[in-house]
Ligand binder design. Sequence first.
Ligand SMILES: Nc1ncnc2c1ncn2[C@@H]1O[C@H](COP(=O)(O)OP(=O)(O)OP(=O)(O)O)[C@@H](O)[C@H]1O
Length: 284
Amino acid sequence: MLTIAGLSKRYAKGDKALDDVSLGVPAGQVVGLIGPSGAGKSTLIRCVNRLVEPTSGSIRLGDTEITRLGGAGLRRARRRMGMIFQEYALVERLTVMENVLSGRLGYVGFWRAFLRRFPQADIDRAFAVLDRVGLLDHVDKRADQLSGGQRQRVGIARALVQEPDILLVDEPTASLDPKTSRQIMRLIVEVCAERQLAAIVNIHDVALAQMFVQRIIGLRAGRVVFDGPPEALDTDALTTIYGEEDWSRTIREAHDDAANEAAAQETVRALRAQTKPPTVARAL
Ligand SMILES: Nc1ncnc2c1ncn2[C@@H]1O[C@H](COP(=O)(O)OP(=O)(O)OP(=O)(O)O)[C@@H](O)[C@H]1O
């Protein structure tokens, strides 16, 4: 469970990027974070793992107050947070297996990692997650020989091999075509349900978010202006988040797309049945 309370961030010379953000993400829930450019989505995700230092507020992961940690404590806490990036952040000349094993670096000592002597248990873990993301046939390929979708699967496997409590996902599909984007979102939602992982997914594509996530949080100018299930994200709510624009076409397109995506909808329905939807639906 991630609990954020009264989180604010003011960059040295900038405006407030986050303004009194409070939210909780229970285990197994995938939250889609949407909002216009500059709303503070990346800042929020980066505050959780302290890549960006919050100005004030509290971030708790389970019983651990993340904002108070330093040095070894922060490194230990970061093991529990899997990051997935838009540009995958793989080491291109290393193999799929080596990239995935880099997710265990927080657990093994420096020299062991340097000499690439990972414990057998880590190698077994890596095989298991590569099997889950459908890349067992590619373990020895170099990362630069993979397609975009395969690279993102490596990124997901690397995050999973950490055995995290939460996934922090920054624009996972921004570099992918629509079909691959849906496959990647489906995979993220499925693995979170299977492993009871909380996840925050920073996502530009509102239709894609509506199709897959159980809860959507809308940020505008650093404040939470919407927090509810995808069904509650109507034209008014979208206007509140993005400003005065005609969002009806966007919503209709999302529904048309969903109609063609029977498999995706089935997955989402099954996951919703497993996971209690958020009870609060508010368009502020
Ligand atoms: N390192 C920084 N120094 C100063 N200001 C920053 C820095 N990073 C972000 N900002 C500012 O903080 C605000 C929020 O930025 P952030 O990148 O979190 O938004 P975002 O919602 O992720 O935007 P986008 O969708 O365009 O990536 C913006 O006004 C931005 O200019």
